[in-house]
Design a binder for this molecule. Structure first.
Ligand code: PHE
Length: 357
């Protein structure tokens, strides 16, 4: 015959084994060791026993209590481990699966166009640099030989900000040409850098936005000439637009930071908007040989080093390449527009893409 203690232990062990959740297990614990639990009641009864009985019974009760406590702990760890394992199994994800089509995002045309620029200029040995959107008037104007009276400096054209850096007032950069300065100050010639990024001007209509993007380029080396500049930009424009015989025209112009300066036009048909033919010209970017004074401002000796630079509007060339007529949707975050003009993120820019054979 089993004693009452043996029965208690056997029944409790069976109940512990039968528990399938931490909650059920806790109910078993309370039923045995809680305030009105069975074991608790037996311990209370000890008070009425004689000293000899108490010693013997007490030891037996303690033994059973230790056995049950151990079994409860073991089962609790087992249940928790099992719960975690089944959660891990249920929530397992296969990171190699492609996203479901309804969840895949698209690359914005601005990002895509800047990647295309980086791919083409990258193949020509340019690396990608950057400069701050909040710039000093020295980097944005003075170091670039832009005189104090130049209209680009006027309050109505430029967003000035409170505060100064190194004693110079702050502006939202009006072009990416500050990166010309930064590249020369931070690097050693020879160097080739492009810098796509945001720029800001107080302009707002169908073809102008107060924030827009440019891509700057600068090359500094010994013996660089206008011929290198022309070759570089003709190759770029033909690769970018994917038209191997795209007509490109260089037209004398003026920028304070280049001498000589040239505006670059590409051939197109004004009536149809088609690029490449039609006998009309479309202005597409500004360029020139880096002014000796700008080289000197950056500690580059103009007697030893020459350079060329260029800057173009990212939205402008994207609109031409992808046939968009309005600038404003670029910044409106309209998912319908992005679904139409966006690019597959899993199909990265390939250099050969768009380059006619
Ligand atoms: N910074 C000029 C602009 O914003 C473009 C340019 C860049 C011209 C480099 C010459 C050389 O219009």
């Amino acid at each position: 015959m089993m004693t009452d203690l043996e029965t208690l232990q056997a029944e409790t062990e069976a109940a512990i084994a039968a528990s399938t959740t931490p909650r059920e297990l806790d109910a078993v614990r309370v039923g045995i060791m809680g305030k009105s639990g069975r074991l608790t009641a037996m311990l209370k009864e000890l008070g009425r026993a004689t000293p000899d009985e108490r010693r013997e019974r007490g030891a037996a009760l303690n033994r059973v209590r230790d056995v049950i406590t151990g079994a409860l702990d073991l089962r609790r760890v087992g249940l928790e481990t099992a719960a975690l394992d089944s959660r891990l199994a249920a929530e397992r994800i296969d990171v190699t699966l492609p996203p479901p089509p309804e969840q895949s995002g698209l690359i914005h045309p601005i990002s895509r166009t800047m990647e295309e620029m980086a791919a083409i200029f990258g193949a020509m040995g340019f690396s990608v640099g950057e400069g701050p959107d909040v710039e000093t008037t020295w980097h944005n104007f003075s170091a670039l030989n832009i005189p104090a009276h130049h209209p680009a400096r006027a309050e109505m054209d430029t967003f000035y900000l409170p505060g100064t850096r190194n004693g110079h007032p702050l502006v939202l950069r009006t072009h990416t040409s500050n990166v010309q300065i930064i590249s020369m100050l931070q690097g050693e010639p020879p160097l080739r850098v492009i810098a796509p990024g945001r720029t800001y001007r107080a302009d707002h209509d169908a073809t102008h936005s107060p924030m827009f993007h440019q891509c700057e380029g600068i090359a500094i080396d010994r013996g660089l000439t206008l011929g290198h500049l022309k070759g570089c930009l003709i190759d770029f424009l033909r690769a970018f637009f994917g038209i191997s015989n795209l007509p490109v025209r260089f037209r004398a112009s003026y920028f304070p930071f280049t001498e000589p300066s040239m505006e670059v036009d590409i051939g197109w048909n004004r009536k149809t908007g088609e690029l490449g033919g039609g006998g009309d010209w479309l202005e597409i970017l500004g360029s020139g040989m880096v002014h000796p004074r700008v080289l000197a401002n950056c500690g580059v000796d103009p007697r030893e080093w020459q350079g060329f630079a260029f800057g173009m509007g990212v939205e402008r060339v994207a609109m031409l390449k992808y046939g968009m007529s309005d600038l404003r949707p670029f910044y409106e975050s309209d998912a319908r527009w992005l679904r139409h003009y966006g690019f597959n993120p899993l199909a990265p820019v390939a250099l050969h893409e768009g380059v006619a054979p």
